[in-house]
Design a binder for this molecule. Structure first.
Ligand SMILES: O=C(O)CCC(=O)C(=O)O
Length: 369
């Protein structure tokens, strides 16, 4: 890249980090009209006690059924014995639908070859990093992106957020105060392959493989930006119930530095091993307060260009952005090769993006060859 272009991008970094003008471009996508004056007063979801208790029962039951067997064949055997109450029927349908949507376009061998072609292997992680994934359930890597990549990604994300406006995030979920773009690696915004590194980085893939083994695929790629004053979430896990083996891994790319005051992700170290979902769990007979969280939680900070990779059964959530700036992040969600994806990749992918994909990418996105 020539010096002129480099300087342009570095200037963009400064501009996109600080400018109020940039924040204005996010308001519509975040479904708000203005940034609130008081950034630190809690904007937390209200909890309906009765609904919460019903949800907890369903989650506990789903956890029990799921963990009653070690694999899907065993789970299918357990399910019919249950059809008793309305609650059980509801849970049964959720699990049955997960098992029935079970499919893959690419064979596991294709994904193994893809990882090999990309140079992915356990040697890319240090012993400490592997230990952290096993023990704590997460690891922070990086920075893995340079200033130019970061600035270009931010510029492209800002433009897409503005383009999608109030419609943004419709395909996944829309939350007041948070701008989301779903399917970033599949949409026309990635025709030049700028976002590819975010799901293909070999070190990141080595960490995902450490948790899920060598047959996994991209489930979704969502840009996520809490605006000043917003972003608090209830403690959750990225799977609907407790599990006995990991099904999903999530990655949060820090496109802006994550600091203690701009809404860093919080995690509960070790909770991925408990086989419990926070919304179904009790402490001394009381449900966990998902807004307050638990005393052991940690806040994850890091320089822009770092990413946190976590076993997505880990209890975690976004927190409120109390700073005056955007906290831009790109999520990359991976799932086992035979599970349904969060985004319907075949339906959503832009034709030009699809035309430019190499075999490794087809395999990791699980697209027909
Ligand atoms: O971006 C974050 O800090 C976490 C977001 C998250 O957990 C979610 O959107 O489910």
């Amino acid at each position: 890249m020539c010096l002129e272009a480099y300087t342009f991008y570095v200037n963009q970094i400064q501009k996109t980090m600080t400018s109020d003008e940039t924040i204005q471009r996010y308001l519509s996508a975040a479904h708000i009209e203005e940034i609130p004056e008081l950034l630190t007063i809690p904007r937390w979801p209200n909890i309906d006690d009765a609904g919460r208790r019903r949800q907890a029962k369903m989650i506990d039951l789903a956890t029990e059924i799921w963990c009653a067997a070690d694999d899907d064949t065993g789970r299918r055997k357990v399910l019919p014995a249950l059809l008793q109450t309305e609650l059980e029927r509801g849970v049964l349908q959720r699990i049955q639908s997960m098992l029935d949507r079970h499919h893959r376009y690419q064979p596991p061998e294709g994904r193994r070859q893809a990882l090999k072609a990309l140079g992915v292997g356990p040697h890319l992680l240090t012993e400490d990093e592997r230990h952290s994934l096993d023990q704590d359930g997460y690891v922070i890597l990086g920075p893995l992106l340079d200033a130019v990549e970061l600035a270009s990604i931010r510029v492209a994300a800002d433009a897409q957020v503005e383009l999608e406006g109030a419609d943004s995030g419709r395909e996944v979920s829309q939350t007041r105060g948070v701008a989301r773009v779903s399917g970033t690696v599949l949409k026309p915004m990635n025709r030049d392959g700028l976002f590819d590194v975010l799901y293909l980085h070999p070190t990141l893939l080595a960490a995902v493989a450490h948790v899920l083994g060598d047959d996994f695929k991209v489930s979704s790629s969502n840009f996520h930006c809490p605006l000043p004053g917003y972003g608090h979430q209830m403690l959750h896990a990225d799977w609907g119930w407790g599990v006995n083996h990991p099904e999903v891994v999530n990655v949060i790319w820090m496109l802006d530095e994550f600091t203690l005051d701009n809404g860093p992700t919080r995690v509960v170290p070790g909770s991925h091993t408990w086989g419990l979902h926070p919304a179904g769990s009790q402490e001394n007979g009381e449900l966990v307060d998902l807004n307050e969280g638990v005393p052991e939680q940690r806040y994850l900070t890091g320089l822009s260009g770092c990413c946190v990779i976590y076993n997505a059964h880990l209890w975690h959530s976004g927190t409120q952005n109390e700073s005056n700036s955007l906290r831009r992040a790109q999520h990359l969600f991976y799932t086992r090769g035979d599970r349904p994806t969060q985004t319907d990749t075949v339906k959503v992918i832009d034709e030009d993006v699809r035309a430019g994909l190499r075999q490794e990418q087809l395999a990791l996105l699980d697209l027909p060859g």
